[in-house]
Design a protein around this ligand. Structure first.
Ligand code: PHE
Length: 512
């Protein structure tokens, strides 16, 4: 029998408040950085001739709506039924079983995600500053002609000084007319400059730790305000601004010549080229992007009123998250195709090195760059808030601490955990654990193991452990046919799909 529900916990002020907060959690760096990067990678743009990312996008959409939405319903349902943090919710529903450990996996995983995610979130603050003070436009005087020449030669694979001028001439000959050559050189300069700015920034341990601290403080300030006074209020303000800003960028990019190519690139699937690896990445990305599998939505669900419909909320959250991911990809690819840009290499740096180059060519690019980084910072903040709330709710429910104490202790501890992540790019760069830096290790462990395992166990709990009566009571709104379909997914489809990812990962079939 479930324990009585604790009094005095927060709750959402309105139904929209929950949806916006949960969508705020979902929309983050995963949408604005990781999704465009993955479509880029699987679209074959890296190889030069783009084959299109339509197949990846299609599989991603399938993963979101066929697998993840049902799992999301399960996760929110557990939170609303348990009315506590992830550990307490499982314990309240099934006392005396090992299930609370699943909640603990979520709390720990959430703390780990927050520690490295906040490092990257901190970068957005620095970049808002850089963009606002016009740092990027100073590339011309900051990069010398000699540096450009060396870079062009290096890219052409030329190492001796004698043949270098030839390589430079070949580079210039690829562009027709003095104007095109000029643009190409300017673009190269900015590319070099942006890469150098980012490298220098990463190499500065004081800045890395300082911005981590700043972003954690910002996150704590919001979470200190409580459920409806802090989290809901800020999400209500930030989410509409974010969507508005994205709309401005979309309108701008839609008028560029490469816009229709971007649409083709994203939405014309060629399933014959689909690889197994792509399918697994699509599912993993869907989990990360929807904040699924570690208790963030469970915790937000615990503040949900029994009157609200979980299934429609889950659909709305997934819909918003997906629209933002697709819009971000459209904005970036529209600009990339319009100006023949390359988004070179992999990794989180793209968001910080490619965007300034992309927007240099767009009229009004300066203000748009500021807008873009403000948008990324907002998106990241609404995600870090949801992560900090999980650890805080755990300390409040399980230890009986006041919100203030819980938030400050959780934020400080996670900040300390984040310090080695922030130093992974400079003083601790050579410290390798299992062949990875601390930052990469945390990311690998969370995205590829903790979230899928958490999602798997949540599905099993909702599908096999809860009784039909317990489940049905939380999703009364579902038509019997839809309810049956949902049950099939959480019982069979989702566990099988997630197990496939895990087995493939463990066998080393796909790279993390
Ligand atoms: N969904 C967030 C994003 O896309 C990341 C996140 C994962 C947040 C897990 C909370 C929990 O950026």
């Amino acid at each position: 029998m479930a324990e009585p529900r604790p009094e005095g916990r927060g709750s959402w002020g309105s139904r929209l408040g929950f949806i916006l907060a949960a969508a705020g959690s979902a929309v983050g760096l995963g949408n604005l950085w990781k999704f465009p990067y993955l479509t880029y990678r699987f679209g074959g743009a890296e190889g030069g001739e783009a084959r299109g990312a339509g197949a990846f996008v299609l599989i991603y959409l399938g993963a979101v709506f066929a697998v993840c939405v049902p799992v999301m319903v399960a996760e929110i349902l557990i939170g609303r039924r348990g009315r506590r943090n992830p550990v307490g919710s499982f314990r309240a529903i099934r006392p005396g079983t090992p299930w609370p450990w699943v909640g603990l996996l979520g709390v720990v995983g959430g703390a780990l995600i927050l520690s490295y995610y906040t490092v990257v979130a901190g970068w957005t603050l620095e970049y808002v500053g850089k963009a606002a003070t016009g740092t990027f436009s100073r590339y011309a005087e900051s990069v010398s002609d000699a540096e450009i020449r060396t870079a062009i030669c290096r890219e052409a694979g030329v190492t001796d000084d004698a043949t270098c001028p030839e390589a430079v001439r070949a580079f210039l000959d690829r562009h027709d007319g003095p104007e095109a050559r000029d643009t190409a050189l300017r673009e190269k300069k900015l590319e070099l400059y942006a890469a150098r700015l980012f490298r220098d920034f990463l190499a500065d341990p004081f800045k890395q730790v300082g911005f981590l601290f700043a972003f954690m403080a910002l996150t704590a300030a919001v979470v200190l305000g409580g459920v409806s006074g802090g989290i809901e209020r800020w999400n209500r303000i930030l989410m509409p601004i974010l969507i508005g800003m994205l709309a401005v960028l979309m309108v701008r990019v839609a008028t560029l010549p490469g816009a229709s190519r971007a649409v083709d690139f994203l939405f014309k699937p060629d399933l014959s080229l689909l690889s197994f690896e792509e399918v697994l990445w699509a599912l993993g990305q869907a989990f990360f992007s929807l904040s699924l599998g570690m208790g963030a939505l469970l915790t937000y669900g615990s503040y949900l009123s029994p009157r609200d419909r979980i299934s429609t909320a889950a659909l709305a959250i997934a819909g918003i998250d997906t629209l933002v991911a697709l819009s971000a990809a459209f904005v970036i690819f529209g600009a990339v195709f319009s100006y023949g840009l390359q988004m070179k290499g992999a990794g989180i740096g793209n968001l910080f090195t490619a965007i300034p180059v992309i927007f240099l060519h767009v009229p009004g690019g300066g203000p748009l760059t500021v807008l873009f980084y403000v948008l990324v910072a907002f998106a990241a903040l609404t995600s870090t808030v949801s992560l900090l709330e999980v650890a805080s709710a755990y300390l409040m429910d399980e230890r009986g601490w006041a919100r203030r104490k819980a938030v400050l202790v959780a934020a400080s501890a996670i900040f300390l955990l984040g310090v080695p992540c922030a130093l992974s790019f400079n003083v601790l760069a050579d410290l390798q654990v299992f062949g990875r830096t601390v930052f990469d290790l945390f990311d690998y462990f969370c995205s590829n193991l903790a979230l899928p395992v958490g999602g798997l166990l949540i599905s099993v709990f909702a599908g096999w452990v809860l009784t039909d009566g317990e489940r049905r009571a939380e999703v009364q709104e579902l038509h019997p046919v839809l309810y049956a379909a949902w049950l099939v997914v959480v019982r069979f489809v989702a566990p099988a799909a997630i197990l496939a990812i895990l087995v493939a990962l463990l066998l080393g079939k796909v790279s993390g």
